[in-house]
Design a protein around this ligand. Structure first.
Ligand code: HEM
Length: 435
């Protein structure tokens, strides 16, 4: 007699099918499910596929870190594939492992430090245009400003001199649509095609020894080799460059957008930030790695902003092998939904979660293991640009805040736009003045 197969141990959840995506309705659905069923919820999607919503600190860590090899990227990534091909963010398994091993050395602290002068240059250009706006009595659109800052920074970090010589000579910045066009319609397809052709011509010239000899991500990617000594093909390089641009600018831009909004709402925080910046970064030549590391209060403000507004607000995974969590089984094929946005605002982990309080991140010796926090994800697929982004945001705030006071034109809290990235639904307008 054969033994009956044990039933999978599933978390509680609704009986009727649930539609999930990467949008505002999904956030509302997941929040309602959490209210009703708790931090682990199981459901069936209209296509019959099982899905778990996981909001438990221990299980999240298990899925993203210790058991990461049992999961691939999940639903929603098909849409980004049009832009990113098989680049690092969307690839899985051996393809991802090979690329990650080849690319990771480019993000060493030593390499990122060499890009600090680019960060200062991009910040200086913002300062010049803000000074002009003050002179004219104009408002600035901080959402566009932070987006332009982060886009210019990532493009110069990748292409060095080729940015000015090959990309800006195109007339309108051919990458600008990435921040302004959230649609994925035909015009975007054409723009992506044009971009890829431009990037390919830069790659071809670099391979032929023409063009920039400066230190930049493209030269590091061109030199990178795998275990067998093989380099990236042109097609692979194109995907990785598009990935780096997309991963590297919208996330930092959105964070800075929210930070300027939060600072304007919290004058006490603003005063502390200015005090720290004036002490540690009195002038441009004080921008060193040691000084940026010493900006502890600015670090806390950035971490607290990323708690409230994690740019990647929803992660999806799909189990490709069977897994067992502490109290539940995960059959192969199960979709997993994890949301830093929800976890970071769950009251039993974060008391008074809606309150902006940078002191939550004061550096002390208390272990923070029971406080789930993962704006950059966890485990082997954790963001590669985390250090780069903290440096760029500290340079930006540290040099601009002591010079400019930005006041909100409209005090109302902006609505959230919940797509692949969490943005403010409306652009935030501010009135600048000099201090
Ligand atoms: C505030 C800024 C940033 C945030 C919050 C952020 C967040 C993230 C998150 C959550 C992931 C993992 C997504 C997932 O597993 O589904 C990721 C991956 C990645 N990020 Fe970032 N990121 C930021 C800035 C940057 C910057 C500036 C760069 C590059 C210069 C960068 C490069 C990457 C890359 C290459 C990956 C793919 C890693 C892999 O799959 O192995 N990120 N980022």
């Amino acid at each position: 007699m054969t033994e009956p197969q044990p039933d999978y141990r599933r978390p509680p959840g609704p009986h009727q099918p649930v539609t999930l995506g990467i949008d505002a309705e999904t956030l509302a659905t997941l929040q309602a499910l959490q209210q009703e069923y708790g931090d682990m919820v199981s459901m069936v999607q209209p296509n019959g596929r099982l899905a778990y919503f996981v909001n438990d600190a221990v299980e999240v860590r298990r899925i993203l870190a210790r058991r990461h090899s049992k999961y691939h990227k999940g639903p929603g990534f098909e849409r980004v594939k049009m832009l990113l091909g098989n680049g690092l963010i969307v690839s899985d398994g051996d393809v991802w492992r090979r690329s990650r091993t080849m690319i990771q050395p480019a993000f060493s602290r030593q390499n990122v430090h060499r890009l600090m002068t680019v960060m200062v240059g991009c910040t200086d250009r913002r300062a010049a245009s803000w000074a002009e706006a003050v002179g004219q009595g104009e408002t600035i659109n901080i959402t566009e400003e932070t987006s332009d800052f982060a886009l210019e920074l990532i493009l110069i970090s990748i292409f060095g001199d080729d940015y000015e010589e090959r990309i800006l000579t195109e007339g309108e910045n051919p990458f600008a649509f990435l921040s302004r066009d959230s649609t994925r319609d035909l015009s975007v397809v054409l723009k992506v095609r044009h971009l890829r052709a431009l990037l390919l011509s830069i790659i071809t010239d670099r391979r032929a020894g023409r063009g920039s000899r400066h230190f930049d991500f493209l030269s590091m990617y061109l030199d990178a080799t795998d275990k067998e000594g093989k380099k990236f093909s042109d097609a692979e390089l194109l995907d990785e460059l598009m990935t780096l641009i997309v991963a590297g600018f919208e996330t930092s831009a959105n964070t800075l957008n929210w930070v300027w909004y939060l600072i304007a709402k919290h004058p006490d925080v603003e005063a502390n930030l200015i005090d720290e910046a004036q002490r540690i970064l009195p002038n441009v030549s004080a921008v060193t790695a040691e000084n940026l590391a010493a900006m502890q209060y600015t670090q806390q403000v950035l971490e607290e902003a990323l708690r409230l507004y994690p740019p990647v607000w929803l992660y999806t995974r799909r189990a490709h092998a069977e897994d067992d969590l502490e109290h539940h089984d995960v059959p192969p094929g199960t979709d997993i939904y994890l949301s830093p946005f929800i976890l970071h605002r769950t009251a039993h982990y974060w008391p008074e979660p809606e309150r902006f309080d940078p002191d939550r991140f004061v550096a002390d010796d208390t272990p923070k293991k029971d406080r789930p926090y993962f704006p950059f994800s966890l485990g082997p697929r954790r963001c590669l640009g985390e250090y780069f982004s903290f440096l760029e945001m500290k340079v930006h705030l540290g040099l601009l805040l002591p010079r400019f006071r930005l006041q909100l034109v409209d005090e109302a809290e902006p609505q959230l736009e919940l797509a692949i990235n969490l943005r403010s639904a409306e652009d935030i307008l501010m009135q600048p003045s000099t201090r």
